[in-house]
Write a protein that binds this ligand. Structure first.
Ligand SMILES: [Zn+2]
Length: 188
């Protein structure tokens, strides 16, 4: 067993938000080898804070990389575009990304991501879904979040009052016009 990979197993690492997976063993196994994980107490970090993530993750050893597929649900905080109140927006994210080891598991020299392939790095045999998930969440967040389809907006309850205010302001406007007319007459 490789002494540089403590534990030397494919078990999911505890700690770090539950989105980190030790792939040291998987990388040494035959192509097509797979692991499937159900997330437990995983947390997603983003600008607005932390939020639980649920779902499953499948890791597959491909040619030199790990294909990560994940089916996740989480809620992120949004501000409603109508009533301007914060609310929890539920998101479903289907993630599919390749992760590349910084060095071959059996050799120690660094390895480049091949031309034409994209992906995220595997650091010290740890595959961390956090950054990939952050990008997917950003793509999936609504451009104009609405707390609920029938949200009438912040002004809804006070709309009649607003109309009344508009009407009542017409009189002062008239007064000002009158004053202006008076001024004009004086100028002439
Ligand atoms: Zn709203």
């Amino acid at each position: 067993m490789d002494a540089s990979t403590p534990g030397g197993t494919e078990r999911r690492m505890p700690g770090e938000a539950g989105l980190v997976f030790n792939v040291s063993m998987l990388l040494t196994e035959t192509l097509g080898s797979r692991r499937r994980y159900e997330l437990e107490s995983a947390e997603f970090r983003y600008d607005e804070g932390r939020t639980p993530v649920e779902g499953s993750v499948r890791l597959t050893h491909t040619d030199g990389a790990i294909l990560a597929e994940a089916w996740l649900t989480l809620e992120v905080e949004e501000i409603c575009g109508r009533c301007l109140e914060p609310f929890e927006q539920a998101l479903m994210v289907e993630l599919q990304e390749e992760f590349w080891p910084g060095s071959h598991p059996l050799r120690r020299e660094p390895e480049e991501i091949p031309d034409g392939r994209e992906g995220f790095p595997i650091t010290d045999s740890l595959l961390d879904l956090q950054e990939a998930l952050r990008q997917y969440v950003e793509m999936n967040r609504p451009m104009q979040p609405i707390c609920r389809p029938d949200c009438a907006g912040a002004g809804a309850a006070t709309a009649p009052d607003a109309a009344a205010v508009t009407e009542s302001t017409e009189t002062p406007v008239d007064h000002r016009w009158a004053a202006l007319e008076e001024l004009r007459r004086e100028v002439r």
